[in-house]
Design a protein around this ligand. Structure first.
Ligand SMILES: [Zn+2]
Length: 442
């Protein structure tokens, strides 16, 4: 049993309480009680005690769309001229980088950003993986990093036609195999989804094959949707339908499916997403960096579509994603009052609901029965922090770099900025060696 106490607790449960001198009790991986430190210490005198020293205690953050495999791109020079379009970014960077990844690259390139997640207080990620020259077993290598480090992850292999039918079939097989592994193991730390790259690289035959392969597995699809304008043009050329309509016609959408981005969708497509109860994931930094446009997430949420928040591999830090989402939609709407309600709903409510649908567990709230995923943030508010204004403190005052302690299921992964499960210096040194080789092969 573990108590994390003497802190300013932000519960993020239904009432979003703020408890001064608060504490959280974790037993067998789950939260048993949340309350005042003195009372809790009295009730559980034998429990191990982590003293938050007045810092903020809150639930671990969730990243609803991540690409662990993008690690070695940092600082890498492109060999072609700079991309002018989104398709050129894919062709000149990502579809070349993913082909260079060998088995150890997959493991190390997963472990590096997982370390970053722990340091930023991100305790659950939904990842989308690609390594076309090392498909079989690649999700196991990512899972090995996840389990060693101690976070929670949903993993999926992005099936695509772009590297030929043999590799496509390996991707399908990898998803099915890994989903079955997760369902057999029933680990609360691992989840398997059926990954699809994007409709632009998926033929009708492939989509049919994937839906067939996923039948009976009771999982959703994790797929990029209408990220760039080219995706829409391509869907119209292939099928006469827009992206969401084409995917819907194959039965890809549903309450466990993650439709990533949805930048270039119209009202009719929003209605379909709503009708299918499909989860959309917004990645503001990625959309801005790739210059693909502004996803109409406020409109979607107004219509009742569930929109979560991710980073698309741009960063591991969800505090950063919150800040960028906040500014992006104010600027896009030319309205400084825009997105005040929507961004906290994405990060704190919708991400939690998405994880509940996939893993069947409650994360992202400090309340009895929820997962024992807790972080301590070294933030000493210089104005009152209350249940009415905590979001403003999260937005303007906190960042991943201030996370001091990260706990998943009661297991301490970082304490006073010191990692306990992973030797980051060794992993980073190996990463630099492997990255050097990847850059030569790239
Ligand atoms: Zn992505």
């Amino acid at each position: 049993m573990l108590i994390v106490g003497n802190g300013l607790v932000i519960t993020l449960d239904a009432e979003s309480k703020v408890i001064k001198d608060g504490a959280v009790v974790i037993e067998d991986g789950n939260i048993r009680e949340v309350g005042d430190t003195a009372g809790i210490k009295e009730r559980y005198p034998e429990a191990e005690f982590i003293d938050a020293q007045g810092k903020v205690i809150m639930p671990g953050m969730i990243n609803a769309h991540m690409h662990l495999y993008s690690t070695f791109a940092r600082g890498m020079a492109l060999k072609d001229s700079p991309p002018r379009t989104f398709m050129q970014i894919l062709e000149r960077l990502w579809w070349k980088l993913d082909k260079t990844l060998e088995q150890e690259d997959v493991y190390i390139s997963a472990m590096v950003p997982i370390i970053d997640c722990i340091r930023c207080g991100v305790t659950t990620i939904l990842d989308h993986h690609a390594s076309p020259m090392s498909v079989p077993g690649s999700l196991d290598l990512c899972a090995k990093a996840v389990l060693e480090a101690g976070i929670r992850a949903s993993l999926a292999y992005e099936v695509s036609d772009r590297d030929g039918l043999e590799i496509r079939d390996q991707g399908i097989e990898e998803n099915v195999r890994f989903i079955k592994r997760c369902q057999e193991e029933k680990s609360p730390f691992l989840h398997g989804m059926f990954g699809l790259h994007a409709q632009v690289t998926l033929s009708d035959e492939t989509l049919r094959k994937c839906v067939e392969a996923a039948e009976g597995l009771d999982v959703g699809f994790h797929i990029h949707v209408a990220e760039g304008p080219e995706d829409v043009e391509d869907a119209l050329n292939k099928s006469g339908m827009r992206v969401v309509e084409r995917l819907d016609s194959f039965g890809i959408l549903g309450p466990k499916t993650l439709a990533i981005h949805c930048v270039h969708i119209n009202e009719a497509e929003m209605e379909i997403l709503k009708a299918r109860d499909t989860n959309v994931v917004h990645n503001p930094e990625s959309n801005m960096g790739n210059a693909v446009g502004v996803a109409p997430v406020l409109e979607m949420m107004e219509k009742g579509v569930r929109v979560g928040l991710g980073t698309d591999g741009y960063t591991a830090d969800m505090f950063e994603s919150v800040k960028v989402a906040n500014m992006l939609h104010k600027l896009a709407q030319k309205n400084p009052s825009a997105a005040w309600a929507e961004v906290p709903k994405m990060i704190f409510e919708n991400n939690r609901e998405i994880v509940r649908r996939l893993f069947g567990i409650k994360v992202g709230a400090l309340e009895p029965g929820a997962a024992g995923d807790v972080i301590i943030v070294d933030y000493d508010p210089w104005t009152p922090l209350t249940s009415d204004n905590y979001y403003s403190h999260v937005l303007f005052g906190m960042s991943g770099g201030l996370v001091d302690t990260t706990i998943v299921a009661g297991r301490v992964l970082m304490r006073n900025r010191q990692l306990t499960t992973v030797d980051s210096e060794r992993i980073h040194a190996r990463s630099r060696e492997l990255a050097g080789r990847v850059w030569i092969r790239f």
